[in-house]
Design a protein around this ligand. Structure first.
Ligand SMILES: C[S@@+](CC[C@H](N)C(=O)[O-])C[C@H]1O[C@@H](n2cnc3c(N)ncnc32)[C@H](O)[C@@H]1O
Length: 409
């Protein structure tokens, strides 16, 4: 789809959902302020940072000898899981219907992926997934967005400026980006560093992975659940950086996006036991022989009571319909036995759905677990942020389940 057709569809959808004015104002204000911020930020970088190798980081990595070709067995499993998930989604609880922003994203950006999945076209699907991070369907989840920014005016300066900022955040957690791993899966974009491509998103994921590892230091065999996991980058970093703590990592996401994270994690972790929807239960019991599971979002209610050590959500609860985030909060209150870590923005979003109903989000500050069950450890301004994120006030939150003598942990 050409960019003009893409913008046309977005404008039509925004008009229909009653969000056109708000979105265009935000778009224009960041378009005007971004070049000034990027230029000033770049000029203040050290000489070494000005020379970061983004040219090789954004070249096509599919020809490199270490590029991981898609495994036909993985592709078949991903297609089978998607098909089953779409059938099951018809019976999903009302509160977990996908509405609002992500219903729009799916209709505007996922047409090609859905067509390929519905046709069962393994060859086309492999080709798209081998180009993961640069396919238009990865926009909004930290993939294609970065590629487009690089291609835009001052693109290479933008990447160096933001990358250096995120790198400094990671260094403040005592982790050097050179010690961050990233496999040559899909077609990642970022800075070429020690024969790896380290993207801006990877630096953010690694930062949060260190936070998780630190929280779980005294919780060997921890079970983590991530809701709205995008392309699976956070799961990868959490499992690498927290490998001595985390024994199970379960992702819940809408079926179309779960296709992308399933592919990434299956290719990135060939040695791990990865369970997709339809391949077994979602139980967190140690007897369940999986390390990673990727399940459709509406299965989350199957989690057992007090079975999860850490729930994680980033840039997602405040992007979904309020009924869904409230439902997830209920699940967290029931199934979390230790930590609930999330970062979400405070911008109220309203979408007019095609049936005329209005979808409204719950902003991060209002997503409060029951104070009788959880105490807040902190609420702090977000650490990471792109120049485009300026209009979005966002905080990071950590909650901990209150220990009670009458309740086993
Ligand atoms: C902006 S992306 C963030 C991805 C990832 N958490 C990160 O920070 O890189 C938003 C994520 O929320 C997911 N999402 C949107 N609506 C959802 C819903 N109703 N239930 C579960 N996940 C949802 C999207 O599919 C996507 O994975």
């Amino acid at each position: 789809m050409s960019r003009i057709a893409y913008f046309y569809r977005k404008i039509l959808r925004a008009w229909a959902s009653g969000t056109l004015l708000e979105k265009s104002t935000r778009f224009l204000s960041t378009r005007i302020s971004r070049p000034f911020e990027v230029l000033a930020g770049f000029l203040l970088l050290s000489t070494a940072d000005k020379k970061l190798n983004v040219r090789d980081g954004f070249s096509d990595h599919r020809q490199r000898p270490d590029h991981r070709r898609s495994n036909p067995e993985h592709i078949q499993r991903i297609m089978a899981a998607y098909k089953k998930a779409k059938q099951a989604q018809e019976h999903a609880p009302q509160a977990l219907q996908v509405r609002g922003l992500w219903s729009e994203w799916i209709s505007v950006n996922y047409g090609k992926l859905i067509a390929v999945l519905e046709a069962g076209d393994a060859e086309q699907l492999s080709a798209m997934l081998e180009n993961l991070f640069r396919e238009p369907c990865t926009i909004g989840a930290g993939g294609y967005d970065s590629y487009l920014r690089y291609k835009s005016l001052l693109g290479s300066l933008y990447i160096k400026y933001v990358w250096s900022k995120y790198r400094n955040c990671l260094l403040s957690m005592d982790l050097d980006p050179r010690d961050v791993d990233f496999p040559n899966v899909g077609n990642q974009t970022g800075v070429y560093l020690d024969r790896k491509i380290i993207s801006i998103e990877t630096l953010r994921h690694a930062y949060h992975a260190v936070e998780m590892r630190n929280l779980l230091t005294d919780v060997p065999g921890a079970v983590c659940v991530e809701i709205g996991a995008g392309l699976g980058g956070q799961a990868f970093q959490s499992l690498q950086i927290g490998k001595n703590q985390i024994s199970k990592y379960i992702l819940f996401d809408i079926p179309e996006v779960a296709v992308l994270s399933s592919y990434f994690l299956l290719s990135a972790f060939p040695e791990k036991n990865i369970r997709l929807f339809g391949e077994g239960e979602i139980s967190t019991s140690p007897d369940e022989a999986f390390d990673v599971a990727v399940f459709p979002h509406f299965c989350i209610q199957q989690l057992e009571d007090k079975s999860v050590d850490l729930f994680y959500n980033s840039c997602s609860f405040s992007e979904m319909d309020g009924a869904s985030s409230r439902e997830y909060l209920k699940v967290i209150e029931k199934s979390c036995r230790r930590y609930f870590l999330h970062d979400n923005h405070d911008v109220r979003l309203e979408f007019k759905e095609t049936d005329g109903s209005i979808s409204t989000n719950v902003i991060g500050s209002e997503l409060l677990p029951d104070p009788a069950l959880f105490k807040r450890i902190y609420k702090k301004p977000r650490v990471h942020g792109l120049p485009e994120d300026r209009p979005f006030i966002q905080y990071e939150y950590l909650y901990e389940r209150i220990a009670r003598p009458d309740v086993s942990s």
